[in-house]
Design a binder for this molecule. Sequence first.
Ligand SMILES: Nc1ncnc2c1ncn2[C@@H]1O[C@H](COP(=O)(O)OP(=O)(O)OP(=O)(O)O)[C@@H](O)[C@H]1O
Ligand SMILES: [Mg+2]
Length: 437
Amino acid sequence: MSRRIAANTVTGSYGLSGDDEVTRLRLRERVGELEARLVELEGAEKKRLQVENELRESQKLYRALIETAFAGIGITDVEENLTFANPALGDIMGYGVDELIGINLSRFVEGEEYNRYQELTEQRLQGFRNAYETRVRRRDGSLINVLISGSPLADEDGEFIGVLTVVFDITELRRAEQELERNKRAYTDQLEAMVRERTNQLEEAQAKLIQSAKLAAVGQLAAGVAHEINNPVGVLLMKLKFLLSVAKRENLTAKAMATLDIAVEQAGRIADIVQDLLNFSRTPTDRPQSLNLNERIHSSLRLSHRLLTDRRIDLHLDLCEELPSVLGDPVEFEQVLINLLNNAVEAMADGGELHLASHAEAGQVVISLRDTGEGIEAEDLGSIFDPFFTTKNFGEGTGLGLSISYGIVQKMGGSIEVESELGSGAVFHIRLPGEGA
Ligand SMILES: Nc1ncnc2c1ncn2[C@@H]1O[C@H](COP(=O)(O)OP(=O)(O)OP(=O)(O)O)[C@@H](O)[C@H]1O
Ligand SMILES: [Mg+2]
């Protein structure tokens, strides 16, 4: 734009008339004016270009904002028909942006939400801005939770022309909240169940303690009775033996002799049992003795003999005669054997076989007790030596037998192990170091 008029190109005034001079001056003045106007116009043009540029930039910024916004943005006319929608609104509702144009907002709301929607629309028409949470139906039929804010739009004269609506999809948020709530509830339930279970366990343990106290009392009673019987039985046996010797001399009938023999034998059995009971209830000494385990086995079997025959259990004994002796308390060791025997008997409610064996192995004595009873469940195998662990009915077992046995064998420097499968019996091995090994 450099249409410059050279004002001084017409120079020199030789031979000009007075009129010419006036015209020349006017011309120059006019040219000056035009030049100034031109400069002014150039400035205005520059300004316009700058404003245009800024406008374009800010339009670009707003478009980018609206197009990339996470929130769905829509503009509706006075009848709430969409006249503008950004891509996010399309995504939220499951439509293409172009498809949304012209759709009435009420299309997305239904049921109870519709009444509320109408109330809010009324507010917006009156120029109030509102924000609320609702559920809307997407094109695919699914219901989603949305947070909506609606701001009324007005023209320059303040006339209502529509609403700017911003929509957030908060379905995931609500789902996560519900999940959290569910987890919280599940956790509380779990905690309550645990507390209940622990309380039950405590109550059971308490009942078991009472039971074992009762057992101890019964044990004491048995010891007292045994003590009382011990002397009369001794006397009875002595007198019977005397009678037998007299009878032999007096030539009694064979039948009478046989009866006397049986009487002596049975009295002998009573004396043995009384002795075993006395041994059993005696407080164990802390000083270990040299024990012949085969003898202890026989002694324990005498005590359990009735139990085995009552239950129709066949006993198979396979004892090694050349067993090294072991160190321990005879009473305590018998207690171990009796506990194992009792368990085996209790596991064979309908009879069965009991194999009791002893052998020496690398300086150790191994005693094995195998039954053909119900066996032990795999998940219980790790717990049966725990104090108070029992699968027996209330009042039938305290769950102390194996834990006491375990403690005794451990004190003797040995170990006790179990092998079993549910339904196919159980075998317990006791290993003890041979004396001097
Ligand atoms: N021979 C076995 N066969 C099957 N299960 C056994 C055998 N021995 C022990 N058990 C299991 O081990 C559990 C614990 O035995 P333990 O002797 O310690 O207690 P209990 O026999 O239940 O009660 P208690 O001996 O105090 O009267 C038993 O309840 C039973 O389930
Ligand atoms: Mg037991």
